[in-house]
Design a protein around this ligand. Structure first.
Ligand SMILES: [Zn+2]
Length: 267
């Protein structure tokens, strides 16, 4: 990643365009804020490579968020272009859009949407997060919808990379209140990393450090303090961007660049 939001210097970008633009590894942060933000949408990403697109986490109002990211980035960020959702955990600032996305898949697309998550996350999605509002039907009233009416669950496991289209997806458990998984997403020769919500964890940073570019959360309380990340070696900080930062985070003074909502990054 370079200084530019597009992440490439002119020479690299030119080479890429000449060879094949469709194999750019594109990351667009759909939101960069925390659960209490007045300024940003909740943290999440649109990722595309070679014609396949995935959404990492899914906060409400997801279609409005995607539309605004499409306008600002110039990318084709629409539910019609979406191939799967990857979930890190079920706090509502990461998962509140699942209900709307599920109903859209059921009523409009009429095709269940692939949903990838570690089993610790997946097993709670339907019974504790969605069933109460999505299972009941008024016509006929004695029938119930199931999870599989809305989504195609695809399980992630630690130390077992999962292939989805051109993407290889790996997960690693973080330290958070509920089961939460960091991600490494690879395609072509590029690797993108995302800490998800976590307290400061050097072992997790080692795992993320193999990525060409990774995004780390920072916030207060049980989250990762900025000062801990700022004290990391320069080489690591250079390929790190911050997300899930508070509204009053001092971006101008930060020695680690912040990720910017709605910008197009090319790895
Ligand atoms: Zn959380």
């Amino acid at each position: 990643m370079s200084e530019e939001h597009t992440g490439r210097n002119t020479a690299e970008r030119t080479t890429s365009i000449i060879s094949d633009v469709s194999t750019e590894f594109v990351v667009v942060p759909t939101g960069v804020g925390d659960a209490f933000s007045e300024k940003y949408y909740s943290s999440g990403f649109w990722i595309e490579y070679a014609g396949t697109s995935i959404l990492v986490d899914c906060a409400h109002p997801v279609r409005k968020i995607m539309r605004e990211a499409a306008i600002s980035s110039g990318c084709d960020i629409r539910v019609e272009s979406l191939d799967a959702i990857v979930m890190t955990h079920l706090h509502s600032d990461h998962a509140s859009g699942l209900e709307g996305m599920g109903f859209y898949s059921y009523y409009v697309a009429q095709k269940p949407l692939p949903l990838l998550a570690h089993n610790d996350v997946m097993q709670d999605i339907w019974p504790y997060h969605l069933k109460g509002t999505m299972a009941p039907m008024c016509d006929p009233p004695d029938e119930q919808r199931t999870f599989q009416d809305f989504f195609v669950p695809m399980m992630l496991q630690e130390n077992q990379p999962k292939q989805f289209g051109p993407f290889t997806i790996e997960c690693r458990k973080t330290e958070h209140h509920i089961p939460t998984y960091a991600l490494r997403i690879s395609a072509g020769d590029r690797v993108f990393g995302y800490s998800a919500d976590t307290s400061f964890n050097p072992a997790l940073l080692d795992w993320l450090a193999v990525a060409d570019f990774f995004v780390h959360e920072t916030n207060v309380a049980s989250h990762t303090p900025y000062e801990k990340l700022a004290a990391l070696p320069d080489a690591l900080r250079k390929k790190m961007r911050l997300i899930h930062y508070p509204d009053d985070f001092d971006k101008a003074s930060s020695v680690i660049k912040t990720l910017e909502q709605g910008k197009k990054y090319v790895l």
